[in-house]
Design a protein around this ligand. Structure first.
Ligand code: ADP
Length: 439
């Protein structure tokens, strides 16, 4: 017999015995026993009331209920506190899932063994268009792609899956699935459109570089073959072949140089203000003008207007390269007799470098793509004038590294204007205000 029952037994026996003794003294022993039982029942009912009130209340340490209810209350308290701890653990787990999954940029969806949605994070609403009322629905109703359904049913989640977004077919989603909890699966969905575009760009870029190198290389190989087979060639004939090799070799050299420069610009740290020097743009432009005049051979009228008061914080070699590309383009694309204006002047609080020409101009549809690598309006014309198709891409990168922007305005038959806008933070003003005019 447990101590609980033995205690209660002694309690009832004690009460009935005392009542019997009193009844015996008074000459009514039987009534004494009955009165003892009644007294025990009243006591029991009082204790039950107290116990019932405690049970109805919130989870607190049980009072001293004395006897049978004491033990009962203690056991109930243990059961209730264990279940309340379990509930708390569950709600903590749920809260932690909500916190963690809300911070995820990817959609996270928990699916049960049949593929129905158990819960999902906020990103799942924007990436997959899920609403809270969709809980319990089959995920295949939202991602109707047959490849996804096959992936879901096959249950082999070693690989991940890439499919078009169900909300926008131009976007690419990457889906990974992993076992989760008891008979559940966690589905992570990320938007990888950007990475896909980069991969395509990289593929195109490698294809373009190979193509650009192959053409001059084929010409060089052709002349080398001819020279090898030409046993009775005199010096003059050999020299002619060598001269013909020079142009494609030069083209390959320019291409490799531009590629190396672009790769340095792509991977180098931005031209932060602390690692920049103060560039005297007016004197840098005088050098560019001299080179431009040599390239033009007097075929163009080239003028320069530069405010020598405005200097620029930046990397001189890069700025030289970017500005020189714009001036060289103007000369290469403007026919003989054309005019080219180079300008470095204040523009409100900022400053701008502009190159204007009255050449053939560019049709509107080409303007947004001009700074893409290897994009040309007229491939033949670009190549015949020594272009690599990378000039404006270099300009764009140089400007990006100097917090500047390129604006292009052009109309067919009305010339072109390429302007680079530099923010105030990049400018340094010299006391000796002066404007350099040349040309
Ligand atoms: P490219 O080496 O072919 O000149 P760029 O990147 O420098 O490459 O220029 C891209 C294209 O932009 C050129 O092929 C040309 O069609 C066009 N372009 C650039 N500058 C001018 C200009 N000043 N006038 C007309 N077209 C231009």
């Amino acid at each position: 017999m447990s101590s609980f029952w033995s205690n209660e037994f002694w309690r009832i026996t004690g009460i009935v015995f005392v009542a019997w003794l009193v009844g015996l003294l008074l000459g009514f022993p039987l009534w004494g026993i009955i009165a003892g039982f009644v007294a025990y029942l009243i006591l029991l009912s009082n204790r039950y009331q107290k116990f019932a009130t405690w049970m109805r209340g919130s989870l607190t340490e049980p009072d001293d209920f004395d006897g049978i209810f004491d033990d009962l209350a203690f056991r109930m308290f243990r059961i209730r506190s264990r279940s309340s701890k379990r509930k708390k653990r569950l709600s903590d787990l749920l809260r932690r899932w909500q916190e963690t999954s809300s911070a995820l940029p990817d959609a996270a969806v928990v699916l049960d063994k049949d593929g129905s949605i158990v819960r999902f994070n906020p990103a799942a609403s924007s990436i997959l268009g899920l609403k809270s009322s969709d809980q319990g629905q089959y995920i295949g109703n939202f991602i109707r792609n047959p490849r996804f359904i096959h992936y879901l049913l096959a249950g082999d989640y070693a690989e991940h899956l890439e499919i078009a977004s169900p909300l926008d077919i131009t976007r690419v989603l990457n889906i990974r699935m992993t076992p989760y909890g008891k008979d559940q699966r966690l589905m992570l969905v990320g938007d990888v459109t950007h990475i896909q575009r980069l991969m395509t760009m990289r593929r195109d870029f490698i294809g373009n570089v190979s193509h650009e190198l192959r053409t001059p290389l084929t010409v060089i190989m052709g002349y080398l073959e001819t020279m090898k087979d030409c046993e009775d060639c005199d010096r003059a004939a050999l020299k002619e072949y060598i001269d013909r090799i020079e142009a494609p070799a030069q083209r390959m050299k320019s291409l490799v140089e531009d590629l190396l420069l672009l790769s340095r610009l792509d991977t180098g740290a931005p031209a932060g203000l602390s690692d920049s020097s103060v560039i005297n743009i007016a004197s840098l432009l005088k050098n560019i003008l001299t080179e431009a005049e040599q390239l033009s051979h007097g075929a163009h009228t080239i003028t320069l207007e530069a405010d020598s008061d405005i200097r620029l914080r930046g990397i001189e070699k890069e700025i030289y390269s970017g500005f020189n590309n714009l001036v060289t383009n103007a000369i290469r694309y403007t026919p003989e007799g054309g005019e080219i204006k180079i300008e470095w002047l204040a523009y409100g609080d900022s400053a701008r470098f502009c190159v204007r020409d009255n050449g053939p101009g560019i049709a509107h549809q080409h303007l947004p793509r001009l700074t893409e690598r290897f994009y040309r309006v007229d491939v033949g014309r670009s190549r015949s004038s020594g272009g690599t198709g990378l000039g404006l891409a270099i300009v764009k990168q140089v400007l990006r590294r100097h917090d500047a922007e390129l604006h292009i305005e052009s109309n067919p038959g009305q010339g072109s204007e390429f302007c680079c806008f530099f923010p105030q933070a990049r400018l340094v003003h010299d006391e000796n205000d002066a404007t350099v005019k040349a040309g």
